[in-house]
Design a binder for this molecule. Structure first.
Ligand code: SF4
Length: 89
């Protein structure tokens, strides 16, 4: 189960994240996630490049999450995303 305390350091702020301790850099999320995932070769983990802001982006990220063989992609839920937006304002 992904742990939000072990997020990849380059992960975009928001509800979706990659747990760097579970990721094996298989790149499935990079091919399934339509630009929302990249590999950080220095940290040796995938990370979320930006949080999806529309229905299709959300579907792509969720598809990647379901396809991750290590269950390394987490979702903190909308309350966390809402809190982040409040802090940005
Ligand atoms: S699919 Fe999962 S294990 Fe593979 S690179 Fe992405 S986050 Fe890492």
């Amino acid at each position: 189960m992904p742990n939000p305390l072990k997020k990849a350091s380059r992960n975009a702020p928001g509800k979706y994240y990659v747990d760097r301790t579970l990721c094996t850099m298989c790149q499935v999320c990079v091919s399934m996630g339509e630009g929302y995932f990249e590999i950080d070769w220095d940290e040796e983990t995938a990370y979320v490049t930006s949080q999806p802001d529309g229905k299709f982006g959300e579907m792509a990220v969720r598809e990647a999450m379901l396809s991750c063989p290590e269950n390394a992609i987490g979702d903190d839920g909308d309350k966390v995303e809402q809190k982040r937006r409040e802090l940005d304002e």
